[in-house]
Design a protein around this ligand. Structure first.
Ligand SMILES: Cc1cc2nc3c(=O)[nH]c(=O)nc-3n(C[C@H](O)[C@H](O)[C@H](O)COP(=O)(O)OP(=O)(O)OC[C@H]3O[C@@H](n4cnc5c(N)ncnc54)[C@H](O)[C@@H]3O)c2cc1C
Length: 233
């Protein structure tokens, strides 16, 4: 079997960060019918198609935080993002992660250069805003030069015989990494609530929005439920 490189997005993916990042759906387990079947498992009945009563049950489960039936539906994503986004993502402990190791390979090294620079909000350290009068183009060029200089130093260290595990310390937070993340639907909905939010950093929010697009065809009634509650789906 031919080996494909992990840095290539899967067929079903959404690009983010001006095309520099992406999130793709690798695999999934179960359906909305699996969720209602899990909720009714004590009756020993199994259904393959959803009907009106099942949709009502699904909504009841979400409304009442009866989350365990939702854990029977699972998604695996491949995520290509800057290190600083990965840092925020990996705080979500209910996901399982695996990532390319820079102790093994230096191929396909890539760095994120923002397309637009936002200003720091004055009254909230965790917030930023777009300012149409702020021309960041010269600063963006400086960021690109800094990324390139970091890569040069990294390569110089390797050529001088320094081991990969120490040399990687000079690589910036803008370095792109690729990892797989697997999560059940209940914890994914929690992630989406926190990360597709005004409180979340714009960059990780783009990934959360992209995930909604990827999973919506698999959970149409769940998506419709949240849309009715006023969430963007
Ligand atoms: C806008 C925003 C700003 C943030 N700012 C900061 C910051 O400044 N500094 C910082 O350190 N972090 C920050 N975080 C990270 C935040 O504190 C959480 O670590 C992160 O959002 C993961 O949330 P979670 O623990 O609910 O998710 P998960 O780890 O996926 O857990 C899901 C749920 O499982 C349960 N759970 C999981 N593990 C445990 C456990 N060990 N014990 C008990 N219950 C558990 C909890 O109910 C939890 O809500 C920020 C997050 C957001 C969204």
């Amino acid at each position: 079997m031919a080996l494909e490189h992990l840095n290539v997005p899967p067929d079903d993916h959404v690009k983010v960060l001006g095309g520099q990042g992406w999130v793709g759906l690798i695999d999934h387990l179960g359906s909305e019918a699996t969720i209602v079947n899990a909720a009714r498992v004590s009756f020993g009945k199994l259904k393959k198609e959803m009907d009106e009563r099942d949709v009502k049950l699904l909504e009841y489960l979400i409304d009442n935080k009866h989350t365990s039936p939702l854990e029977h539906m699972v998604f695996t994503f491949s995520i290509h993002c800057p290190l600083f986004v990965r840092g925020q993502w990996h705080r979500h402990r209910t996901w399982s992660y695996n990532e390319i190791s820079r102790r093994y390979t230096e191929i396909d090294m890539e760095f994120y250069t923002p397309v637009e620079l936002r200003r720091q909000a004055e009254n909230n350290r965790q917030a930023s805003y777009s300012d149409p009068d702020f021309d960041g183009s010269a600063l963006i060029r400086e960021i690109r030069a800094h990324n390139e200089a970091s890569l040069k130093l990294y390569e110089h260290l390797l050529e001088s015989g320094v081991c990969r595990e120490q040399a990687r310390g000079v690589l910036p937070q803008n370095m792109m990494v690729t990892f797989w993340g697997t999560v059940d639907l209940s914890n994914l909905l929690h992630f989406l609530e926190l990360r597709d939010s005004d409180h979340a950093q714009g960059e990780i929010r783009e990934y959360a929005t992209a995930i909604k697009k990827l999973i919506k065809p698999y959970i149409p009634n769940v998506a419709a439920y949240f849309a009715r509650k006023g969430q963007a789906w």
